[in-house]
Design a protein around this ligand. Structure first.
Ligand SMILES: Nc1ncnc2c1ncn2[C@@H]1O[C@H](COP(=O)(O)OP(=O)(O)OP(=O)(O)O)[C@@H](O)[C@H]1O
Length: 245
């Protein structure tokens, strides 16, 4: 018996990207990007501004059409699928800009997130899980999301994404504008989700030191290419660490 969001038994990686080329108009930004994320793994994608990290995750989500290469989710080819089909395959993207409906209550924001959940999901049970993870979302349940602090709004958008029971989370700069202690608490919860729900997370983060504390593996991008893959542990100890950017 399988639950609605359980991955089919498969040896294929949760996310498998190969030879990805993409860009905007005549400008090619990605030149053959390859990377993978396994279930339960946090992978951080690092690189200087403009290296192509956001373009990579937008292409994985289906918001940008690749010029060549392949994208597979648990072995299924999603290369040219529209966003709604990629989301239905269990992918959620949390953009770097704040993403909440400011006039709606925290509770209603979370319910909107549930709209993308697989059919047959138990919304009340999922809400309880998300609120356990972020108790503030229950304490402020009736408050308009727009009245929350920056860190709390980040938790609302994470909560919305989690309501859809994704298998792969694409996270763009979750620490942006947040105090280090708030970032630490959000990152600890991401690690918990990867460990307990086997959620795969592709994390784009300027705060590389903090990202490497919770990541399993890391890729470094430069000028639209992946130039290095390392375990997070090895990456933390590389003497040439800061020269990579
Ligand atoms: N909508 C767009 N139209 C045209 N060019 C774009 C667009 N979005 C990004 N670019 C360009 O694509 C290149 C890669 O940008 P991208 O946002 O993917 O980099 P990044 O590694 O995520 O860096 P950052 O951390 O600054 O967002 C940059 O040269 C950027 O100017």
């Amino acid at each position: 018996m399988t639950t609605p969001n359980e991955a089919p038994p498969s040896a294929a990686p949760l996310l498998d990207v190969r030879g990805l080329a993409a860009g905007y108009g005549r400008k090619q930004v990605l030149h053959g990007v390859g990377l993978r994320v396994e279930a339960g793994e946090i992978v951080t994608l690092m690189g200087h501004n403009g290296a192509g990290k956001t373009t990579t995750i937008r292409t994985v989500l289906g918001a940008l059409r690749p010029r060549s290469g392949t994208i597979r989710i648990s072995g299924a080819d999603t290369t040219r699928h529209p966003v709604r089909k990629v989301v239905a395959a269990g992918v959620a993207l949390i953009p770097s800009e704040r993403f909440v409906f400011p006039d709606l209550s925290v509770h209603d924001n979370l319910l909107l997130g549930a709209a993308n959940a697989p059919s047959g999901s138990d919304t009340a049970e999922r809400l309880a899980t998300v609120q356990d993870l972020f108790p503030i979302l229950e304490e402020r349940s009736k408050q308009p999301a727009g009245a929350m602090s920056g860190g709390q709004q980040r938790m609302v958008s994470l909560g919305m994404a989690l309501m859809a029971r994704p298998r792969l989370l694409l996270l763009d700069e979750p620490s942006l504008g947040l105090a280090p202690s708030v970032v630490e608490s959000i990152f600890a919860r991401l690690r918990h989700l990867a460990d307990t729900e086997r959620l795969g997370i592709l994390l784009l983060e300027q705060n590389v030191k903090q990202a490497l504390q919770i990541a399993d593996r890391a890729y470094v991008m430069r000028s639209g290419e992946v130039i290095l893959e390392e375990t997070a542990e090895n990456m933390r100890h590389r003497p040439d660490f800061w020269d990579l950017f």
